[in-house]
Ligand binder design. Structure first.
Ligand SMILES: [Zn+2]
Length: 479
């Protein structure tokens, strides 16, 4: 009787298509894992080329071109220079619904040039370095896209796959202009990742962020012979910073405010007639960021008034916090577990141990890179323009161990790891997991529907408004 019942259930499953759909998806996933791994050398070389280019935000000409070329050669239609950004692109394959996006980044950070060795050593003639691993980010996303496209073709899956080439994540808010332009309007879900020092789903709190450059104009004069005729723009910057630093006591606890003086005059014996300070204001809630930012502007106005200078400011970037999607996070976790973490060779372990020996904090076990962290919310983090994408469409991301456990982002150690197979092995974890996630989204309409419901609930009645207003992309913000 039991046997008969089992056969009946089996028959119903088979005839309903549910069983074959499941086995089909499992087979596709297996094919994706094998297919991506088979092209490891190719993707490694692309990533290492972009690591060497090390181009900063909006200057990623060669990096963007290489990724576009790779996508074109693999059958994608590529539209470059979207949303007013010469190094942005959208690559497409397929037609109709669903429309799934995979995000790619490729900008480097200024001042972080570093050789791929476990001790601090800059590269002669270079200034920038991939301290945030975006060379791996872009390459893994392209790899996931190519593999997913191959399977869509083979299995005749309906739908559209898009790879978004997003420039200037580091302070340039590239994605915000793409969202503002409506480039995500027909997207059903977006997948992204970020290099990191462990493997986990990105169930994290990202801070909303507003950044601006405050410029003061004064009057120059001989600092010793005629100081009374001068009005120091640097005094204004210092007065502004002093006021903002006092303000720290009177802002909500989770606020983060940072600045660098990007121009403080040229010579001590000349009263500086120009000075500039570059500010970030961050908080988990975008409304708080806006209010605190307005108070920072008041401090700048007060500083100008008191120092006899004039002030203007330019909003440089503005990003939303991250809207999480529980449905997609859970699906991503399953896929990440299927892929597994990173194992190091003997040489890589030695490299890693040397790096860890230089940390002035207790480093986690180096073998942690093998593990997948349990799915749980991580409070407090940086900011990312992925936040704005997450307010446009259901969005899901992961971290993959591309840096030796314990390595801080934006460090020379992160640049060093990124230039070795420690980085490119971690990149493969991301590429594979994103491809599996894309397969789920193309083959499981229920998952997509649930993700949409999560998204609508999390967003509530908020009407998207970019924090950087209607300014054009700050193409020269790194000059
Ligand atoms: Zn980054």
């Amino acid at each position: 009787m039991k046997k008969y019942l089992f056969c009946l259930v089996f028959y119903i499953l088979l005839s309903s298509g549910a069983f074959s759909q499941k086995t089909d998806t499992a087979k596709m996933k297996m094919d994706a894992l094998i297919g991506i791994q088979a092209k490891y050398e190719e993707y490694k070389n692309i990533a290492l080329d972009i690591w060497k280019f090390a181009e900063v935000g909006f200057k990623e000409v060669k990096s963007s071109a290489l990724l576009q070329k790779t996508l074109r050669e693999n059958g994608f239609q590529v539209k470059a220079g979207v949303a007013g950004m010469p190094t942005a692109f959208v690559a497409s394959y397929g037609t109709g619904k669903p429309v799934i996006a995979i995000l790619a980044e490729y900008d480097a950070l200024p001042g972080l040039a570093q050789k791929a060795i476990p001790e601090k050593s800059s590269i002669e003639g270079a200034t920038a370095g991939h301290g945030c691993g975006h060379h791996l980010f872009g390459t893994a996303s392209v790899a996931a896209g190519i593999e997913t496209k191959k399977l869509m073709e083979q299995k005749k899956l309906s739908g559209t796959l898009r790879i978004y080439g997003c420039p200037a994540e580091e302070g340039g808010s590239g994605k915000v202009y793409m969202v503002r332009e409506g480039l995500f309007n027909d997207i059903d879900a977006a997948i992204h990742w970020h290099p990191g020092n462990g493997n986990s789903v990105m169930k994290i709190e990202f801070l909303a962020n507003s950044s601006a450059k405050f410029r003061f104009q004064g009057i120059s004069s001989h600092a010793a012979a005629s100081p009374h005729k001068g009005r120091s723009a640097l005094d204004a910057v210092e007065a502004m910073n002093y006021m903002v630093n006092m303000m720290r006591e009177h802002v909500p606890q989770e606020t983060r405010i940072h600045y660098v003086i990007t121009n403080g005059g040229k010579a001590p014996n000349v009263v500086p007639d120009f000075a500039e300070v570059y500010y970030y204001v961050r908080h988990p809630k975008k409304d708080d960021v806006q209010q605190i930012f307005e108070r920072v502007v008041k401090a700048a106005e007060g500083a100008a008034l008191g120092s006899g200078t004039t002030m203007n400011y330019e909003i440089v970037g503005g990003t939303h916090d991250l809207l999480l999607n529980n449905t997609l996070d859970e699906a991503m976790q399953k896929n990440l577990l299927k892929v597994g973490g990173v194992s190091y060779s003997k040489e890589e372990l030695e490299f890693g141990k040397k790096l860890q020996a230089g940390f002035d904090f207790k480093a986690p076990d180096i073998e942690d890179a093998k593990n997948i962290q349990p799915l749980k919310f991580q409070p407090g983090g940086g900011s990312s323009d992925v936040g704005d994408v997450s307010y446009a469409v259901p969005t899901v991301g992961l971290w993959a161990a591309t840096w030796i456990p314990g390595t801080p982002g934006h460090s020379w150690q992160a640049v060093a790891c990124g230039g070795t197979e420690i980085g490119t092995k971690g990149m493969m974890v991301a590429a594979k997991t994103m491809a599996l996630m894309a397969i789920d989204l193309f083959t499981n309409p229920t998952l997509l529907q649930k993700a949409k419901e999560d998204f609508i609930k999390a967003k509530g009645d908020y009407k998207y408004k970019p924090l950087l207003g209607n300014r054009k992309p700050a193409l020269n913000y790194r000059d």
